[in-house]
Design a protein around this ligand. Sequence first.
Ligand SMILES: [Cu+2]
Length: 308
Amino acid sequence: MEGSRLRGALDPSGSGADDIAAVWWLLFFLGFAVFVLVVAALFVGVRRSGRPEDRSTSRAWMLGGGIALPAVVIAVVLAVTLSTMRSSAQNPPDTAVEVEVIGHQWWWEVRYPEHGVVTANEIHIPVGEPVALRMQSADVIHSLWVPELAGKLDLLPERVNTLVIDATRPGRYPGRCAEFCGLQHANMDIVVVAHRPDDYASWIEAQRAAARVPVSAAAQRGLDVFVASDCGSCHTIAGTTANGTTGPDLTHLRSRESIAGGMRDTTIPDLREWITDPHAVKPGVLMPGPSLTDDEIDDLLAYLEGLE
Ligand SMILES: [Cu+2]
């Protein structure tokens, strides 16, 4: 739910989700028609009860309603489902925008190999263009589901699965991990942001840049803390010596809308809460617990605040 608009798979904004919604409505109306038919037959049966039975009519009902009708309904549903599955598994066109999505416990790494851009928990795409998501897992099986844009597809270790998505209108489309992947599976959200082409180009441009250099003494001390306390063994900040890849890239941390798979915002109070004790926010998280003094945390925040 966002605002007063009910959102989900039945409010599609992408071709993949359009096809799936069409199948859903077909199933719904077929099911409804069969239901009406059965209820009508029940009424007729009740009204006729006690009257002598006409064998040939009841045989016609049995053959028609019990065999022919279900066979036709199931054949139609099977054909439509198979053809939708086929079209949703089609290879992307050569012109598709290439994006790599890597599932981690419990966050999403998102890479744009053509631009050298790396981000987390957000996929930015140009509206109206096919986008090939090359998906893989760094650990266990995850599954990407953005109901308004496409169906689900698993992210497996050591195998790349491709999901082609497109967005027919600009906007933000929430998604989540749809395959139980451990303790914090429910806190592994993602958002697809579909931009107009110009906005997409400027987003890419901004993300390509190295991190802002510290502008205050506190921020400089924060960068030193970041490097000295080994944050950089798990996190990359482009333009610094921090180049770890087991945690989210923080180069443009504050350009994102959330941290920790959607659990908190990128505001300073939320970042403070996270850095002070990530396990209090997300129990089991694969980031070490508190080890910093209050002063170090202040300095770190002064530095992280500038990572826009
Ligand atoms: Cu997951």
